[in-house]
Write a protein that binds this ligand. Sequence first.
Ligand code: ADP
Length: 465
Amino acid sequence: MLVKALDILLDRLKIAGVDFSKVAALSGTAQQHGSVYWQKGAYEKLQSLQPNRFLHDQLRNAFSLADSPTWQDSSTRMQCQELENVVGGPQKLAEITGSRAYERFTGPQIMNMYQTKRAVYNNTERISLISSFACSLFLGNYAPIDYADASGMNLMDLQTKEWSPEILQAVAPDVEAKLGTPVPSYTNIGPVSKFYVERFGFNPECRVIAFTGDNPASLIGMCLKKDDIAVSLGTSDTLFLCLSQPKVILDGHILSSPVDKDAYMVLLCFKNGSLTRERIRDTCAEGSWKLFNELLNSTPRGDFGNMGLYYDTQEIIPFVKGDYRRNKANVEVPRFSGKEIEVRAVVEGQFLAKRAHAEDLGFTLSKNTRILATGGASNNLDILQVLADVFNSSVYTLEASNSAMLGAAYQAKYGLMHQDISFADMTQNLPAPRLACTPSKDATEIYTPMVERYRAFIKTITNQG
Ligand code: ADP
């Protein structure tokens, strides 16, 4: 399906009149955590693609597994446990690879394949992530996995950027040869395959730059700087930031930075994002964002001393579920006295959590901090004002819908130029994000103590649970 999609895409671009001979370099991005299994003999097929035939037709028998696992596969609980046990627990695995064991990560997936589909594993000569798989199609050769996507596998040592021998040994025999050697994300790997030159008129000099996962590519597309925090307010809320040193965290992911092989990025996912805000909108504001905003603005910052935390589904950070409300006297109450209080409480509670957890990772808010907001709720300026106030930082909005694809395009250019120019210099003339909100004067005074109160609140809830 993926190969056929590429055939269709390139044909459509050609029909639309794209002049491929002008492309100096290309890169790409794909959903993280999916893996592709090339069967023995596939290398020859990749090397001898015929320009007069479709790719999907020529690669029909190139895979040892027809249905590749994607990020939605969660069948590997047992293997996760085994991997954590081998290295000495979840904390230790997070210390080595940047994350505790996750079902969707490729290490547990490969381990599962070795244990349950031994013949398929033995018939596999190469394992790609979806990103390096797509890259291989352009290269006509097996493309290496890049550091950023490799850090979503539970296999790579984040410090050395090599596969961890201890983990590989636990996963399956001979797995290193099947994975190849990981490379920095902006590596200029080689020229585009002859297939694209002859079939689509690509320049034979066009370079292929390593492909990466969708989250690292989004970070590239947003041009996230050291003092920035990207907050995506979608179905779930996610938070990205850059770190110069890796931290050990159990509730999020540390990945190698796609633009600086010696730096890191953090990815935190808060499952209860827009859908929880929607629930409160529906119960308190007749399903209308307009009314929701009116109620929000009818209450003062700090919500009269009330605080509410709402988790419709099991939250990841912190690990809790249910609704929790405390009044001004810090006493737990079953409900608040007004709908407007509930509305402000859900928004403040969600943003206090993001600030507390970002600070726990070592992020220090400063006058240079910028919040880059994306996702559906970033259209809502009244919600963004609360974000600006809780972080005491200006909030900017980005055209988010294609930030990962945009990131892949920037990476193609950076792959050609990184020896001569920094990523920041290369992107300095791009249009700046749009200023949406600035913090109110009393923001620090109100919200800094509330962050502490949030931490104490969470402690009591998790202890109760
Ligand atoms: P996804 O994570 O699925 O890509 P989006 O980023 O498209 O999601 O965000 C979708 C969410 O945006 C919806 O659940 C909706 O609640 C929220 N949303 C859309 N418009 C508004 C608005 N004006 N105010 C608050 N939330 C909004």
